[in-house]
Write a protein that binds this ligand. Sequence first.
Ligand SMILES: NC(=O)C1=CN([C@@H]2O[C@H](COP(=O)(O)OP(=O)(O)OC[C@H]3O[C@@H](n4cnc5c(N)ncnc54)[C@H](O)[C@@H]3O)[C@@H](O)[C@H]2O)C=CC1
Ligand SMILES: O=C(O)[C@@H]1CCC=N1
Length: 270
Amino acid sequence: MNKKIGFLGCGQMGQAMIHGMVKAGVVPANQIAATAITDETIDFVAEEYGINITSDNKKLAQESDILFLAVKPYIYKEVIEEIKDEIAKDTVVVTIAAGVTLEATKKAFGFNVKVIRSMPNTPSLVGAGMSVLCPNEFVTKEELADVLEIVESFGEAEVIAEKLMDVVPSLSGSSPAFVYMFIEAMTDSAVQQGFPRDKAYKLASQAVMGAAKMVLESGKHPGQLKDDVCTPGGVTIDAVAALEESGLRSSVIQGMTACTNRARELSKGE
Ligand SMILES: NC(=O)C1=CN([C@@H]2O[C@H](COP(=O)(O)OP(=O)(O)OC[C@H]3O[C@@H](n4cnc5c(N)ncnc54)[C@H](O)[C@@H]3O)[C@@H](O)[C@H]2O)C=CC1
Ligand SMILES: O=C(O)[C@@H]1CCC=N1
């Protein structure tokens, strides 16, 4: 792709996407630029990914065809104020924060800026990301296709209506954190039973990855896949009964609801 891609902010999420893009080779490293605040991050990212990185947000905004805003949500207003008079009118701005609406971004820029509201996740770092995109009315089909090509270089992607965006953190943006908690809990239990921790992490993580792959690729319903594992009178059904007793499913639903409620509050500016 012959476009200049900018990342304003280069922390966990920015680096995950840059790493994924560079590894996939969708855009040459010399067409990717970023900004960071500390010399430590600037030196690390330049060395690690071979991209152009400085602390100059204005220059980045002037030079990017597609500009990812990869700072924390509460810094969005501040950085948009800094760059709004610098970006070209046809630059496509991609937001990645939960609860930052298309309207809020347009209002902060103060003109009909092209915006794609997105929600990526950190597994982009290893090419197994899930990104969701939602463009505003000023983004052309070709511009959306360019951004899709970028995010698909480090995982899967879906385009959805904005009214669904607040549910996405719970499903794919934040949910890696929930899954890490599950893997940690499985590992702690195995360690309690005398199993070595490093091997327990491997077994638990590979089982989680394999189960997710089965849901994605076997075409079977997750309930059927669960039934396929439960041997009558065997060991799995005892675990299933104990997990139901302690409310695994309702815990998950409560966690997801809390996540979505917070995203909705942020979207309303609360
Ligand atoms: N961490 C995650 O799993 C996900 C994060 N996000 C979103 O990504 C965004 C960034 O989150 P993280 O990467 O986790 O945070 P982070 O704190 O790791 O990275 C943000 C970076 O922005 C830099 N920064 C702060 N002010 C700046 C400025 N004025 N100019 C340039 N750089 C500046 C910080 O030094 C930091 O390196 C957030 O809006 C978050 O909601 C979205 C999906 C998943
Ligand atoms: O916690 C957050 O707000 C960000 C968005 C999704 C994952 N991390």
